[in-house]
Write a protein that binds this ligand. Structure first.
Ligand SMILES: *Cc1c(COP(=O)(O)O)cnc(C)c1O
Length: 367
């Protein structure tokens, strides 16, 4: 395969991560259309699931997305530097004493417990201004948010400048799970304590449960990045490609062993390739014996253990002419993020957020 390099850095790289900003934008449009009637925010926590929050959020904001979610205060501060105008919600709220940073950067905390609410109330009183905030309810996941009990003392909430009330579904990726309707019912009841405040329940999978789950604002993350909302669904455009070059090829003989622990033994003369990506790059050790990379439509199994910086693959089914410097596909048409995740016993979310920083990154806006 002849490869054309865009620049010297690209030519030096052992692996290239391609991120299609256009596919992200198209996935946004698709999800926003499903949720027509609700505002469609974008979740860009964890560096936009490993793909680059700066780049991703800039493209979405240029398309008119006005509301973003991050998990941590520092993520919000970084995003604010890129996007001075948009609304940014910080899902974890703030650590004690950090109200000032939240407000100074124009960020909106998601208040998850009574202590956070009291701190924010005190901060607002001292400054003489009701700065915006959101509330999260725990509707069954027991992770973040106020309990039913917490809502009993209504005076706690007086004077809050509420932009949003929200909760999160635990089982939205299994549409038939009765927990979804149960959580929705709790959410409606709890939100009724705050009439007129916009409501948000659905992340990516929840959006696909239908309009009953959309309320006034939807919050997709994974779907924007091409992760399927539930097992087997194919609605979204693939966003990432990962191609790795062959560093070295050798032929081993029957009885020769490969990798740490000498964990794989050749049963016949076998051509193997060493590729320069490993668990430090997010190619999980759990892929050993399960994973594969691809040459076009040909599956090339990963053999032996995954090293920090390299993997070995069996070239038996590959064309004889392959040589060092040639390119194999780790993520691409033959193997999407969800498929790679399955072979490591995990989910696409973990594959994306684990992608290392050593790949050469190509952002494509017009493929
Ligand atoms: C991460 C997260 C989202 C986005 O979830 P996806 O499944 O990636 O769409 C939405 N809401 C909350 C509270 C989250 O933590």
């Amino acid at each position: 395969m002849q490869t054309v390099f865009q620049d010297a850095a690209s030519a030096r790289a052992g692996a290239w991560l391609g991120v299609s900003l256009r596919a992200i934008a198209e996935n946004y449009d698709l999800v926003a259309a499903l949720g027509a009637g609700a505002e469609c925010a974008a979740v860009v926590k964890a560096d936009a699931y490993g793909l680059g929050a700066d780049r991703v959020a800039s493209v979405l904001a240029a398309r008119g997305v006005g509301t973003f979610f991050v998990a941590h205060l520092d993520e919000g501060i970084a995003l604010r530097a890129t996007l001075p105008e948009v609304r940014i919600f910080v899902l974890h709220g703030f650590m004690p004493g950090c109200e000032g940073s939240m407000q100074a950067h124009g960020l909106i905390p998601v208040l998850n417990d009574l202590e956070q609410i009291q701190s924010w109330q005190r901060f607002c009183r001292e400054r003489g201004c009701a700065f915006p905030a959101a509330l999260q309810f725990d509707t069954g996941m027991s992770r973040f948010g106020l309990s039913n009990q917490d809502l009993q003392e209504r005076s706690v909430f007086e004077g809050l400048n509420l932009q949003l009330v929200m909760s999160h579904l635990a089982c939205a990726d299994t549409p038939d799970n009765p927990a979804n309707a149960m959580q929705r019912k709790h959410f409606v009841e709890m939100a009724a304590c705050f009439p007129g405040v916009p409501r948000s329940l659905a992340a990516s999978s929840g959006i696909f449960l239908g309009p009953d789950y959309h309320f006034e604002l939807i919050r997709p993350g994974a779907a924007l990045y091409g992760i399927a909302p539930f097992e087997g669904s194919r609605a979204l455009k693939p966003v990432v490609s990962l191609d790795a070059r062959i560093v070295q090829i050798r032929t081993v003989q029957a009885g020769d062993r490969v990798g740490y622990g000498l964990g794989w033994t050749a049963t016949k003369p076998t051509r193997i390739a060493t590729l320069g990506l490993g668990y430090a790059d997010g190619f999980f050790r759990a892929q050993a014996g399960q994973g594969a990379v691809w040459y076009g439509q040909t599956r090339l199994p990963v053999i032996g253990r995954v090293s920090m910086d390299s993997i070995s693959v069996d070239l038996t089914d590959a064309p004889a002419g392959l040589k060092a410097g040639d390119v194999l596909s780790v993520l691409g048409p033959a193997q999407d993020v969800d498929a790679l995740a399955r072979s490591a016993g995990t989910i696409g979310y973990e594959v994306l957020t684990a992608l290392g920083s050593r790949f050469h990154r190509d952002y494509v806006s017009d493929d």
